[in-house]
Design a binder for this molecule. Structure first.
Ligand code: COA
Length: 260
């Protein structure tokens, strides 16, 4: 499949998706949202992909937000549809993907860009990264999960502060409040993400998928995460990957999940 706004590269089990609209600071328009979502769905179905790294092209921006020029003239219905569709075809897909997704935040991650990074399972930022949810300065609010996920990652007080001031924070502050997992130099960013993905490659894809579902369950209204964990834990015991993992340990060898 060929894409207009994203670049795809696969090395071993790691798929790299680069959002490629550098002249617009990688702002995600409708087509780009659709393309990233499609690439994620395809990656989920591809047994050769174990982990995904998502980044922006150039050295200035991860994603500077949703493309403002596309929604400036929208009415209430259009606005509703924009948020619902975006959450359906991209943001929720990323958050619930059955493979780990690491955001390599290489510069501005604003509005929809920060929301996209927050939908990923792990975020690693470069030192020059700047993050914020500036929507209220445009007369709107975050619509791709930002009002929910920022509080989950950084706490309600910080979420309120960042959303209500519409201000930006730097990478060091993002690390301090738990919004990103790690900060490295711009030069080291992709390799650090690849290294982390490489560690994940040794683990059972089935168990990682079960772990993602269980962790996510704790953040879903009306769902008892502990019950989901018990169910997912039990199901692991019926899989070849559990047999391989435990047998390999007892035989003092490395498990080989990818050949199963
Ligand atoms: N939507 C559409 N276009 C965007 C964009 C967005 N979210 N963010 C940046 N761009 C475009 C600019 O319009 C400009 O395009 P042009 O050269 O055709 O005029 C280009 O990207 C470069 O941006 P520019 O503003 O010139 O860069 P800068 O270094 O002066 O400023 C930012 C960088 C990130 C501070 C600034 O671009 C900005 O505030 N962007 C909007 C952030 C935002 O509000 N995001 C939330 C949207 S909900």
């Amino acid at each position: 499949m060929s894409y207009t706004n994203i670049l795809i590269e696969q090395n071993e089990g790691i798929l790299e998706i680069t959002i490629n609209r550098p002249n617009k600071l990688n702002a995600i328009n409708k087509e780009t949202i659709k393309e990233i979502g499609e690439a994620m769905v395809k990656a989920e179905a591809n047994r050769e992909v174990v982990a995904i790294v998502l980044t922006g092209s150039g050295e200035k921006a991860f994603v500077a937000g949703a493309d403002i020029s596309e929604f400036a003239h929208f009415n209430i219905e259009d606005g509703n549809r924009l948020a619902a569709e975006g959450q359906n075809i991209l943001f929720d897909i990323v958050a619930n993907l059955n493979k780990p997704v690491i955001a390599a935040v290489n510069g501005f991650a604003l509005g929809g860009g920060l929301e996209l990074a927050m939908a990923c399972h792990v975020r690693i930022a470069s030192e020059n990264a700047r993050m914020g949810l500036p929507e209220v300065s445009l007369g709107v609010i975050p619509g791709y999960g930002g009002t929910q996920r920022l509080g989950q990652l950084a706490g309600k007080g910080k979420a309120m502060e960042m959303i209500l001031t519409a201000g930006m924070i730097d990478a060091a502050e993002a690390y301090r409040i738990g919004l990103v997992n790690m900060v490295v130099t711009q030069d080291e960013l992709l390799n650090t993400c690849r290294k982390m993905a490489g560690k994940m490659m040794h683990n059972s894809p089935m168990a990682m998928a079960a772990a993602i579902r269980s962790v996510n369950a704790g953040f879903k209204a009306g769902v008892n995460g502990f019950d989901v964990e018990i169910d997912e834990f039990g199901k692991c015991f019926g899989t070849p990957e559990f047999v391989e993992g435990t047998t390999a340990f007892l035989e003092k060898r490395k498990a080989n999940f990818r050949e199963l």
